[in-house]
Design a protein around this ligand. Structure first.
Ligand code: FAD
Length: 499
């Protein structure tokens, strides 16, 4: 009599036979891979997770998945909070958890780079640099327990000096969906010491192919770090009026163009600070949106403006000095509530106060809406033009206010555009709020697309909708992605549902 065995059981049985160190997680322990910020809790956690220790183990798992047509969902540390966490898109996918692969394989002080495995967190690298007294810095996001690899592959952003983490990636090792292992750029030259020193080899540069894609599992990543500068400074200015945003953005863009030591410019709404220091219930009924008077009271209490501008300078003494003088007077000219300046010079003191220490303090803002608070992030790329940025801010603020939610927003200025991250803080215990967030998020995706604007990073729940807006020539770009997918992962074993 033929005994029918579940395909998942057959796949897991194959994995247990592999000559590699792979932990298999099943049963209740799989709840660990649910998204703690999910709008609607998934009906059930993933059926299993595999935790390999080596790249060869990853490759063997992907080969086995091809044989059994199993579906894998790779994560590095799974801390993608606000964008979907560790949870797979499909309930049948097995999580491929790479957090046990946590070695820093190379660290070069002279050429300022590292080579890391996917399980290395921002905190791990920061501690290692400190321990070894290396004069190298790493930029970190607002939440530092995530991985360097997952964050860079998702095009994460940090405090600098190199704020766009994907742009610092130099060389990947990848297990493709078809089970082949490749090294990009100079890494394809056997024995080359050039892998993290030059981003391209001969031919197209492929690192980008594995960012926000579903074509492969990254098992090693090179990342450029920043040599400790001679000097740093932070200028912080508070501005009272919401409408001042347009003028501020134009002024800041000009400022950044004038001074190369100005490496990070961020404009944040007052709630970014206030949500770390208090809860919505401290200011009235947690069910009601904040009105103008309450918002003004919160700002008075914490001595905040509507907007806080943060300018971060890194570089040589003279260049930082010039930049700060220029920045301070530009801020003063815009009638701020106040301007604070803090400077540091390596020649005069150890331990720069402006060096980011990655950590989890930022997580405190999830409690703004109560014990079951969370956030989901609406992240759009905008033109570097004040009126367009203000229009976007008004639109998102109004949409959130209509469903009783508050405006927690930061604008990260780049050379030619602005990245806006709105953390939509909400109460997960209220299904009607979750349904409203779901509705407004979809509306906003469609609304910004009418102006030719799109998300640059999308929560998994809304990813397909956000991708669909990139529709030029009858979705020609999506067709190219599909062709690449078919070539590199013909059995669709990776990232089922991440289209
Ligand atoms: C309070 C707070 C503040 C935050 N601030 C920031 C911020 O300032 N900047 C920012 O960028 N983010 C921020 N985040 C979002 C998020 O927490 C970080 O981006 C985090 O680094 C992502 O988690 P991770 O690195 O563990 O990635 P993972 O969850 O491991 O991976 C993210 C995604 O990348 C892909 N992926 C991961 N690993 C691989 C691999 N090895 N091969 C192929 N694909 C892979 C998968 O699609 C995966 O779902 C914040 C979150 C919170 C809660």
């Amino acid at each position: 009599l033929a005994v029918h065995r579940d395909p998942l059981d057959l796949f897991l049985a194959d994995v247990t036979e592999l000559p590699h160190d792979v932990e298999i997680v099943t049963g209740v322990a799989c709840a660990h891979y649910s998204d703690p910020f999910a709008l609607f809790p998934s009906e059930r956690p993933p059926p299993a997770a595999l935790r390999p220790r080596t790249a060869e183990g990853v490759q063997a798992i992907v080969v086995a998945a091809n044989l059994r047509r199993a579906s894998l969902w790779p994560i590095s540390r799974g801390e993608n909070l606000g964008y979907g966490g560790a949870a797979p898109a499909s309930p049948t996918s097995v999580v491929l958890d790479l957090s046990r692969m946590n070695r820093i394989l190379a660290l070069d002080e002279a050429d300022a780079f590292c080579l890391v495995e996917p399980g290395v967190s921002f905190t791990d690298l920061f501690e290692r640099l400190k321990r070894d007294q290396m004069r190298l810095w790493v930029s970190a996001p607002g939440y530092g327990l995530g991985s360097l690899v997952g964050n860079a592959l998702e095009r994460g952003i940090g405090t600098g000096p190199a704020v766009d983490h994907a742009s610092q990636v130099c060389g990947l090792e990848v297990v493709l969906g078809n089970g082949r292992m490749v090294r990009t750029g100079m890494g394809a030259l056997p024995g080359s010491g050039m892998w993290q020193r030059r981003a391209s080899g001969l031919g197209p540069r492929l690192d980008e192919l594995f960012m926000q894609s579903s074509f492969g599992v990254v098992t090693k990543m090179g990342l450029w770090l920043m040599p400790e500068p001679e000097a740093t400074a932070v200028v912080e200015a508070q501005f009272a009026s919401f409408a001042a945003l347009a003028g501020m953005v134009d002024c800041l863009a000009a400022l950044a163009r004038r001074n190369s030591a100005l490496v990070a410019v961020v404009v944040s709404s007052y709630l970014v600070a206030a949500a770390l220091l208090s809860r919505r219930s401290d200011w009235g009924s947690p069910r009601n949106p904040l009105n103008d008077a309450t918002e003004a009271r919160i700002r008075r209490e914490f001595n905040l403006g509507w907007w806080c501008v943060t300018l971060r300078y890194f570089g040589g003494d003279a260049s930082v000095d010039r930049g700060v003088t220029d920045g301070e007077s530009a801020m003063e000219a815009m009638s701020p509530i106040r301007v604070d300046v803090s400077r540091w010079q390596s020649a005069h003191s150890e331990g720069c106060p402006h060096r980011t220490t990655p950590g989890s303090a930022g997580l405190a803002n999830r409690l703004w809406c109560g014990e079951l608070g969370a956030h989901i992030d609406f992240s759009v790329a905008l033109p570097l033009a004040g009126p367009a940025v203000l229009r976007h801010a008004l639109r998102v603020r109004a949409a959130l206010s209509e469903i009783g939610l508050d405006y927690h927003s930061s604008f990260h200025l780049r050379e030619r555009h602005v990245l806006n991250v709105v953390q939509i803080l909400f109460d997960r215990s209220d299904p009607s709020v979750c349904a409203a967030v779901d509705r407004v998020f979809r509306w906003l995706i469609a609304e910004v697309a009418t102006e030719g604007l799109g998300l640059y990073r999308a929560p998994l729940r809304f990813r397909a909708e956000a991708v669909a807006q990139y529709s030029f020539a009858d979705h020609a770009l999506a067709d190219v992605h599909r062709s690449l997918k078919n070539a590199l992962d013909p059995n669709n074993v990776l990232f089922l549902g991440k289209d």
